[in-house]
Design a protein around this ligand. Structure first.
Ligand code: G4P
Length: 291
């Protein structure tokens, strides 16, 4: 999904979410487990103020499990409930209702103490484009729901999707904008495929990715592309270009004159990363986010 965010769109998106907040008990904040900070809206605390939040680390099947556990601790320290899921395959999805109930335990107990019969918990999914909102809604609904969301300028009637008798989900998720003013965030979003447009050069994105991968996952990278003597870190862009060049040569990305086609080499690397062929990798740590 491609959305051009302009200030007017952001204000409108925010207003639409605020309208929906009146209807719900809990917010499900969907993040990409490979880039939990970069896939986060910068104003989420302000926008969802007063509502309990369950942070869902989606695409956990593609993320480094140790890092996902670290991110879990990080978000818990910030006061949120956290749960890792794979909306595509459904892993962790059936536990979501229980997590939401746990989060709202005191409210539910108060209702019971007053003799009220607790009604299903009402939830809203929010997240940036391509983080997996539609996939999760379809997974929870157990069928294909035409999820359109509220794109800037488009609205549609809302419906509740029932999940197991104890959870109701608004079928139109809240679409949030990423922190696109930060160039590093832009690279991370492009690396994971959250930004699909060609607004960033593929070879630059690949070089950014290589810097992270060499430091964090050097052995896997070396093995995948038959790269010997990889350094433990890449001090500058030139060093990253050299690694990309080696990958290009190993993968036959050569143009006339025997030169490496960097864009093709970058495509190979990014495709392997996005599809999980390189293994489960996370591109940022809570420490980096804190900095
Ligand atoms: P959105 O509504 O938030 O915009 O996202 P959507 O559900 O459309 O999901 C975007 C892409 O992410 C989809 O791939 C979807 O299959 C994939 N996806 C969602 N959840 C998961 C997950 O838990 N694990 C993995 N591995 N993938 C997930 P797509 O339609 O094929 O698009 P793309 O692959 O070209 O990005």
């Amino acid at each position: 999904m491609t959305i051009q965010w302009f200030p007017g769109h952001m204000t409108r998106a925010r207003r639409q979410i605020e309208e929906k907040l009146k209807l719900i008990d809990v917010v499900f904040e969907l993040l990409d487990a490979r880039i939990p900070n970069s896939s986060r809206n910068p104003m989420i605390d302000e926008i969802t103020v007063g509502k309990p939040r369950l942070v869902l680390l989606n695409k956990a099947d593609l993320a480094d499990p140790e890092r996902t556990a670290e991110w879990g601790r990080h978000f818990r320290e910030l006061g949120h409930a956290v749960h890792a899921i794979d909306a595509n395959q459904g892993d962790g999805v059936k536990e979501i209702a229980g997590k939401a109930r746990e989060l709202l335990k005191e409210k539910i107990e108060r209702q019971i103490a007053k003799g009220m019969k607790p009604r299903p918990i009402r939830a809203l999914i929010v997240g940036i484009p391509n983080v997996g909102k539609s996939t999760l809604i379809n997974r929870l609904a157990g069928r294909n729901v035409a999820v359109t969301g509220d794109r800037p300028g488009v609205t549609k009637g809302q419906q509740w999707i029932r999940f197991g008798g104890e959870l109701e989900l608004l079928d139109t998720p809240g679409i949030l904008w990423p922190k696109f003013e930060d160039p590093v965030v832009g690279f991370r979003l492009a690396a994971t495929g959250a930004i699909k447009e060609d607004i960033l050069h593929l070879d630059e994105v690949a070089c950014f990715v290589l810097k992270v991968l060499v430091e964090e996952y050097g052995a896997v990278l070396g093995e995948r592309y038959g790269l010997k003597d990889l350094p433990s870190e890449l001090p500058d862009m030139q060093a990253a270009v050299e690694v990309l060049e080696s990958i290009g040569r190993r993968r036959g990305c050569i143009v006339s004159g025997g030169h490496v086609d960097y864009e093709k080499a970058a495509t190979v690397l990014l495709r392997d990363l996005r599809s999980g062929k390189l293994g489960r990798m996370t591109l940022e740590t809570p420490d980096e986010a804190a900095q």
